[in-house]
Design a protein around this ligand. Structure first.
Ligand SMILES: [Zn+2]
Length: 388
């Protein structure tokens, strides 16, 4: 490892020790990070000079020299989080390094026909809102995009996209060119996994499954995000757990029996209200949920069937990764309570050992928030404060 890396890692350890708190003395930081006092002191001096940290005398009732507290100005840095996993929609969030949302809104992007159009549109919005007083003294240091498909990290392109006009798009290149800051692109559930890891420091073996327009899974195994050689790991949408006589409805796939057909938003909605062409898939789903909540008995077979498919997906991942917890998020899981009996029936049958060890299935009620916090975490992880 070269010296620059060691220095960068030390600085990141120091910033991590100060993030989400009111400040520490240099000695506290040294204790918390395991670094020497002189390393902490010189790194802090560099960061104070750059305006990333500040030092303040602490009020104390003790007589003698007043201790000085170091604080990280984490509210001065923000990231832009874009969720592009839904057709014609862009979920746009600006969030600071304290995880406070500075701006959040949903935009219709039906007038955009490519990744470039959407990113240019996002930049126009960003330029407009950054004039608001909320953004005074706040610097955007990165951008993250949750994409509908698998992002090949080696080739820098999106593959197997469920939204055809994004297929093959070089999201990172386009976004870095337009925004002029580093860009991180991944599936929604990988971002969500990072978010859970940040929030629950003791969670070091878990799976986050997102079932929405997309189906994706993010796995933290022994504290590390599982990625594979090109970022193609966990292509769960195409696991052959669905009806074998049906062709996958993602045009880039060509296979039969993909689980995507059964439990993606498209699969869950099926033909419900399909005659009403004015309604988007999401609107039809919201109508369907109302109907399911009002007349659940009408949907008994549906809950059993879909619950079984979701249970099979969970059981497959539990058998491979042996997680302590499976988090479930996304539009389709807003009816988790109705699907739960059928899901557990499969999981108990297929994974008796994991159940014996107390496997938990947790429904993430606000997966949207989990996602943009995860994107923020990804930007924060990649941020190098010495290269401002
Ligand atoms: Zn497929």
């Amino acid at each position: 490892m070269d010296i620059t890396n060691i220095r960068d890692n030390n600085i990141k350890d120091i910033l991590n020790s100060l993030r989400f708190n009111m400040g520490l003395t240099k000695k506290d930081i040294a204790d918390k990070t395991g670094l020497s006092f002189s390393t902490v002191s010189s790194a802090c001096n560099v960061l104070i000079e750059k305006g990333i940290m500040q030092e303040k005398k602490v009020q104390s009732t003790n007589v003698g020299r007043l201790p000085r507290n170091i604080t990280f100005n984490y509210k001065q840095f923000c990231s832009v989080a874009l969720d592009l996993q839904n057709r014609n929609l862009m979920d746009f969030t600006v969030i600071d390094f304290n995880n406070d949302v500075l701006y959040h809104s949903l935009y219709n992007v039906a007038h955009c026909f490519s990744a470039k159009d959407v990113i240019n549109y996002a930049f126009t919005i960003f330029k407009d809102i950054s004039k608001y007083p909320t953004f005074d003294n706040v610097q955007c240091v990165g951008l993250g995009i949750a994409v509908p498909g698998i992002f090949d990290q080696k080739a820098g392109k999106l593959i197997n996209s469920s939204i055809s006009y994004y297929e093959g798009a070089s999201f990172v290149e386009i976004a870095e060119d337009v925004f002029g800051v580093p860009c991180y692109v991944d599936t929604g559930s990988n971002f969500c996994a990072l978010s859970v890891q940040q929030k629950e420091p003791n969670a070091n073996n878990f799976v986050y499954i997102n079932i929405s327009s997309e189906i994706s899974a993010g796995v933290i195994c022994q504290d590390k995000l599982v990625t594979g050689q090109s970022g193609h790991a966990l292509r769960v949408a195409h696991l052959p757990l669905g009806n074998e006589s049906e062709k996958c409805s993602i045009s880039g796939c060509q296979n039969y029996g993909c689980i995507y057909n059964e439990i993606s938003l498209k699969g869950m909605v099926g033909e419900y209200l399909s005659e009403n062409t004015d309604l988007s898939l999401l609107d039809r789903w919201l109508e369907m949920i109302r109907d399911m909540r009002s007349y659940p008995q009408k949907y008994n077979d549906y809950f059993k069937e879909k619950g079984k498919y979701i249970g099979n997906l969970i059981a497959t991942l539990v058998c491979i990764f042996d997680p302590a917890t499976v988090y479930l998020g996304g539009h389709c899981l807003v009816i988790y309570d109705l699907l739960e009996p059928a899901i557990w029936e499969v999981v108990k049958k297929r994974c008796p050992l994991a159940c014996q060890f107390g496997l938990q299935l947790l429904w993430d009620v606000d997966s949207n928030e989990t996602l943009y916090k995860g994107i923020n975490q990804s930007v924060y992880n990649g941020w190098n404060p010495l290269r401002l």
